[in-house]
Design a binder for this molecule. Structure first.
Ligand code: PLP
Length: 408
């Protein structure tokens, strides 16, 4: 080497400092490492259905590939899937989107990235009811936005109150995010509750609404899928409805999401997507079109299983000393408070001062992976996914009860 200086590496972007790996991913990575080291670990950390993808979808993907559907797709989605999404929006939510107002994304997640990338300028505020799925805040931050969280405590049923929404909106607000049924709490809204939130938005015409309805079918209160876009059709020029096949049809790995919204916004999002991914996997789109248009009884069967598992988990966790567990209306998570466990010592001698301490000690000592509430913006809570088989859930809950009983 000429001279004594070490070669300088190319620099990483400063925005990387604003992006961190989601806690759920960190916990399931640790769970995987422990499993590889020979421990009997049960992971309830990730929001992933344990059911197989409906065979109809897999067959459609296979057929599509054999038929030569293997070239670059249109960036906004294959016509066959866009038409199926259009029918789905009509059938399930009573929403009527022209095809020009529908786009397909790489999982629901990319709809968030596209929407914020296309609209958020440095310093714009994104109102996020808390607790929240961490991607909204992290994506907003990476793109220069400022997340403004609004606490939705347990005594409000973890729901956003209209007066709290109103107070959070400023002249800099660009988006309000609404996710119902909610990850991590399972909280869902009636049409009346959504109408009250829409009334607030009418007073703030400069604000977009991002309605994340990815868990729309996973409701146990008999109310079915209700979209704020259907409750308040007069807001159609600023509401983006996002959903997908990941949760409803157990298709997380196919990476197919979709959204419907105002034509100008969708066009802008398609521009962003054209640079990020240049369209979405063709065989995945064929599979998604088949399940959306196919018989929907597979969804009913999965929902019935989640309903049973929810009751099993809530019933067992209510036996854990120090835990308080509300009954969630939807999604596949419970979000118990562990206020009664804070300030104690685990059987292994670990101080439990925070919900992160609890989750870490539970994994190390009882080999059960869950995610701490702080990762969703509210402490001291845990998010426990029940999208896994009944026997594992029972075993995991027994270990959690044992862990809580052993706290001193
Ligand atoms: N929205 C919420 C609230 C979620 O919990 C998730 C996944 O965990 C997504 C969106 C992303 O869905 P997809 O896997 O389709 O990207």
């Amino acid at each position: 080497m000429i001279g004594s200086e070490a070669p300088r590496l190319p620099a990483l972007a400063s925005r990387l400092g604003r992006a961190e790996t989601a806690a759920a991913v960190q916990m399931s990575t640790r769970a995987r490492e422990m499993r590889a080291a020979g421990h009997n670990v049960i992971s309830l950390a990730i929001g992933e259905p344990d059911f197989p993808t409906p065979a109809l979808g897999i067959e459609a993907a296979h057929r599509a590939a054999l038929d030569g559907l293997t070239k670059y797709p249109p960036v906004d989605g294959l016509p066959v899937l866009k038409a199926a999404v259009q029918r789905k929006f009509r059938r399930d939510q009573g929403l009527d989107f022209p095809l020009s107002q529908i786009m397909v994304t790489n999982g629901g997640k990319q709809a968030i990235f596209n929407a914020f990338a296309a609209t958020v300028d440095e310093g714009d505020e994104i109102v996020i009811p808390s607790p929240y799925w961490s991607s909204y805040a992290l994506t907003a931050q990476v793109l220069g936005g400022v997340p403004v969280t609004v606490p939705c405590p347990a005594n409000n049923g973890f729901r956003l109150r209209p007066e709290d929404l109103d107070a959070a909106i400023t002249a800099r607000t660009k988006w309000v995010v609404l996710n119902a049924p909610n990850n991590p709490t399972g909280a869902a809204y009636t049409a009346e509750q959504l109408a009250a939130l829409a009334e607030v938005l009418r007073r703030h015409p400069h604000v977009w609404l991002f309605s994340d309805e990815i868990y729309e079918h996973l409701r146990y209160d008999g109310l079915g899928s209700i979209s704020i876009a259907a409750v308040a059709p007069d807001l159609a020029d600023r509401v983006l409805v996002m959903s997908g096949v990941s949760k409803t049809y157990a298709m997380t790995g196919w990476r197919i999401g979709f959204c419907g919204g105002p034509a100008g916004l969708i066009r802008a999002m398609v521009v962003m997507q054209s640079h990020a991914t240049a369209g979405i996997s063709t065989v995945g789109q064929a599979a998604a079109a088949a399940v959306l248009d196919g018989p929907q009884d597979v969804v009913g069967e999965m929902v019935a299983a989640y309903h049973r598992r929810r009751d099993l988990v809530v019933g067992m966790l209510r036996q854990a000393p120090g835990m308080t567990c509300a009954v969630p209306e939807g999604a596949f998570y419970v979000f118990p408070s562990i206020a009664g466990c804070i300030g104690r010592l685990s059987a292994g001698g670990q101080p439990i001062d925070t919900d992160r301490d609890f989750a870490t000690a539970l994994l190390e000592e009882q080999h059960v992976a869950v995610v701490h509430g702080a990762a969703f913006g509210m402490s001291p809570y845990l998010r426990i996914s029940y999208a896994t088989d009944d026997a594992s859930l029972e075993d995991a809950c027994r270990r959690i009860i044992e862990f809580c009983e052993a706290l001193t």
